[in-house]
Design a protein around this ligand. Structure first.
Ligand code: GRF
Length: 202
């Protein structure tokens, strides 16, 4: 399964994905694309011998033009799956449609709670007892596509935002490689009813 990963920053989820692969894995990360030239994840990719590309959004007239440039690069790798791993640009409806059913994102909340930014702060401010992260298929609705897998953590009494952020991040590093592997094995797919896990997983 050819995979292209899109990043904007540190790329710790990219690293978790890289570290989850071995020669028996069905997942092949063909390229990493960043909208920022200074994204540390680009160095992680290069260290792993993966092609990297930078497409800076500043150079484009509008979102559609930027997304078209992204699609052009991504599609040279003919990916069966595109993985958003901390990609901090909102993608157009056309982009979501182009990769429908083969575009995954990880979001740091228990969706449908806390779409958008600042999720850890919002969970703490709300006095929530649980928080976590979600891998979901990307649709035209921001952070609104069908959820494939979630990790749920109990918020500790008086937990600091830094600690909660770190714990959610650690959970992301477990569930994202799992979801990508399941997709590559044909055991996770987008169906009319939502994200479907093959019952051999149950
Ligand atoms: C993660 O918190 C992820 O949930 C969000 O962006 C962050 C990316 O972190 N979508 P990293 O670049 O993978 O370290």
């Amino acid at each position: 399964c050819n995979v292209v990963v899109l990043i904007s920053g540190s790329g710790s989820n990219l690293q978790a994905l890289i570290d989850s692969l071995d020669e028996n894995s069905p997942v092949r990360i063909r390229a990493v694309v960043s909208n920022r030239a200074d994204a540390f994840g680009l160095q992680r990719a290069q260290a792993a011998g993966i092609d990297t590309h930078v497409v800076q959004h500043k150079g484009f007239a509008d979102r559609e033009a930027f997304d078209a440039a992204l699609i052009e690069i991504i599609d040279t790798y003919q990916p069966q799956l595109v993985v958003l791993a901390g990609f901090m640009r909102i993608l157009s409806a056309g982009f979501a449609r182009h990769y429908q059913g083969r575009l995954l994102n990880i979001h740091p909340s228990l969706l449908p709670k806390y779409k958008g930014l600042d999720t850890h702060r919002r969970a703490l401010d709300a006095g929530d007892q649980e928080h976590g992260c979600s891998v979901h298929f990307v649709t035209e609705e921001l952070d609104g596509g069908p959820v494939a897998i979630q990790a749920c953590l109990r918020i500790e009494p008086n937990e600091s935002i830094d600690k909660l952020t770190d714990r959610v991040h650690a959970a992301e590093h477990i569930i994202y490689p799992l979801a990508v592997r399941w997709f590559a094995e044909g055991r996770l797919r987008l169906a009319d009813q939502g994200a479907m896990l093959d019952d051999t997983l149950l």
